[in-house]
Design a protein around this ligand. Sequence first.
Ligand SMILES: NC(=O)c1ccc[n+]([C@@H]2O[C@H](COP(=O)([O-])OP(=O)(O)OC[C@H]3O[C@@H](n4cnc5c(N)ncnc54)[C@H](O)[C@@H]3O)[C@@H](O)[C@H]2O)c1
Length: 253
Amino acid sequence: MAGRLQDKVALITGAGQGIGEAIARAFVAEGARVVVAERNAETGQRIANEIGALFVGCDVTVQADIEAAVTAADQRFGRIDVLVNNAGANVFHRPLEMPRSEWARCMALDLEAAWAMSEAVLPGMRKRGAGSIINIASTHGFKIIPHTFPYPVAKHGLIGLTRSLGIEFAAEGIRVNAIAPGYIETEIARAYWAGFPDPEAERKRAMAIHPPGRIGRPEEVAMTAVFLASDEAPFINAETIVIDGGRSALYHD
Ligand SMILES: NC(=O)c1ccc[n+]([C@@H]2O[C@H](COP(=O)([O-])OP(=O)(O)OC[C@H]3O[C@@H](n4cnc5c(N)ncnc54)[C@H](O)[C@@H]3O)[C@@H](O)[C@H]2O)c1
């Protein structure tokens, strides 16, 4: 039986672990041909080998790496149908205690890289009159937790980028959407809990503040990415889908 992404070519950034890895696995399971564009050669190569994807070493904040990744994908598969801008990192500070270099690091990775990758794949998508770009934003793209500056600034910007590019290229058959995950159980979350005197208590607290009594799983973000990348979402454009178990609909935490 054909998969929901049968023969689509998808380039996924930061797919060496966490949410990006889950997206890469789900895409391959649905018949896509996947390019793992990852800065960490060890994890990126391992995941690519495991799922039969093409690994390309790529730091998404380096223009030459972006161009090399897109060229490698084109050479192997002839096109890129789907771009998933997933690579990102928490950059959390109190604003006035933040070195200016941290602002630049955050904007380069969590915002500008998504534009630079899009800029590199859009000409091919326009030529074919088809394409889907999916940006992994965050619930930090709507709401603010104190002392997480400037990550939410970048994620608000990423949602703005999604809406802007979605409108610019809609008439050319290209859709640009975002996913805004809430609290998802990845290495980042586990490392965060490990920083507390009682990591298990902090983990339980995280579960308890979510209406379903648990946090999200990377596979649940991946399922939405499959949907947005597929032909099941042809009229969904310039939209952001929140995946947080309803937490952001709560009046109070
Ligand atoms: N985990 C969460 O709870 C959560 C919630 C909301 C949004 N997000 C977003 O989801 C995305 C993935 O997060 P995650 O939790 O899976 O993180 P993660 O740290 O587990 O994985 C991020 C991956 O991106 C790679 N990466 C980092 N910088 C890179 C660069 N410059 N070039 C190429 N690759 C790079 C890392 O090597 C890693 O493999 C991020 O954009 C993050 O902001 C995560």
